[in-house]
Write a protein that binds this ligand. Structure first.
Ligand code: GDP
Ligand code: MG
Length: 313
């Protein structure tokens, strides 16, 4: 998706200082705040978030371009243990492959706890030999700041980190510090993407993701993992966007839950997804949602691939 940028000097005019560019991977176990962090840095919702683990299913680039640098953040599905289903294996592959060819790895952890899954991520990033910055997220939830120091010391000892940055992705606290660390890690280089690009993903993809975010947030514990979204129509029509989306579930009983009593839940999902789309695309959106049953889609490699869960080059 492209967007108009608002700074004054164009890249070509900045000759005094050498330009920097590069890729930075954001990794960590599910639910630590990786996507929230990327959105905060970019200043808009490119990657969807929710309190449920495994909200992010694909690798998504978030591109931040300014007068001095272009940093390409790679948001990834959380690396998790117990990847039994085809969908979970796809997500782990997407996360692992994004560790290659980056200048810096942002290893995001939750200030509250260090788990076996964090240990697993640590093992994988250590193997890479790429510089790793440890991002200790959700510090807004620590009331007594004196608790923070010993905790940071403990975490710092886990490996030789390029930096350890405590921050709050949600509140935006200390995120600027992290961006300095990122800038320092970037090598000299020309921008990889045209300056108006904010992500490598299409508006169509982002629209599907926004519907999925509302599903993740609105449904109970198990159901979100049985749903996916496919955009059937996405077209410009007399100054507005007409979008129609199919919500796939695995069973008839799930379809009834998604639609809700008197269609209330589906209506609410549609309303909030449409509002987010209008904010992101900067125009009026007419959104239609349909719910359909496709048995066993999340554990079938062929169906997954036809729904857009394809490994990338
Ligand atoms: P991901 O799975 O690592 O991408 O995590 P998400 O970005 O989807 O965030 C998971 C949950 O943590 C969401 O409910 C976020 O609102 C919440 N969260 C993320 N960052 C912060 C933070 O800095 N502070 C607090 N309190 N919550 C956060
Ligand atoms: Mg995520």
């Amino acid at each position: 998706m492209r967007q108009k940028k608002h700074w004054n000097n164009s890249i070509v005019n900045e000759k005094e200082q050498s330009y920097r560019s590069g890729f930075v991977a954001i990794v960590g176990r599910p639910n630590v705040g990786k996507s929230t962090l990327m959105n905060r840095i970019l200043g808009q919702k490119i990657s969807i978030t929710s309190s449920k683990p495994q909200t992010t299913r694909h690798r998504i680039l978030g591109i931040k371009t300014d007068e001095r640098s272009q940093c390409i953040y790679v948001d990834t599905p959380g690396l998790h243990l117990n990847a039994h289903k085809a969908m979970n294996r796809y997500m782990n592959r997407a996360a692992t492959s994004s560790l290659d060819d980056v200048e810096l790895i942002l290893f995001v952890v939750d200030v509250h706890r260090w788990t076996e899954e964090d240990e697993n991520v640590l093992k994988r990033v250590r193997e890479k030999g790429t510089p790793v910055a440890l991002v200790v997220n959700k510090v807004d939830e620590i009331k007594d700041k004196e608790e923070l120091l010993p905790l940071l010391q403990q975490l710092s000892a886990k490996m030789d980190f390029a930096a350890v940055v405590p921050l709050s992705a949600l509140k935006g606290k200390n995120v600027g510090e992290l961006e300095k660390v990122v800038y320092d890690a970037l090598p000299e280089g020309e921008p990889v993407f045209p300056e108006e690009y904010v992500t490598d993903r299409s508006e169509r993809f982002l629209a599907a993701e926004l519907v999925r975010e509302k599903l993740m947030r609105s449904l109970g514990k198990e159901l979100p993992y049985a749903t996916t979204v496919e955009i059937e129509q996405f077209k410009e029509d007399e100054g507005m966007l007409r979008i129609s989306a199919l919500i796939w579930v695995e069973r008839q009983s799930q379809k009834i839950i998604v639609i809700g009593k008197g269609g209330e839940r589906l209506k609410e999902i549609g309303r909030s997804a449409r509002e987010d789309m209008e904010r992101l695309f900067g125009e009026k959106v007419f959104l239609q949602l349909w719910v359909k049953v496709k048995e066993g889609w999340s554990d079938n490699e062929r169906i997954l691939s036809s729904l857009g869960y394809r490994d990338e080059q």
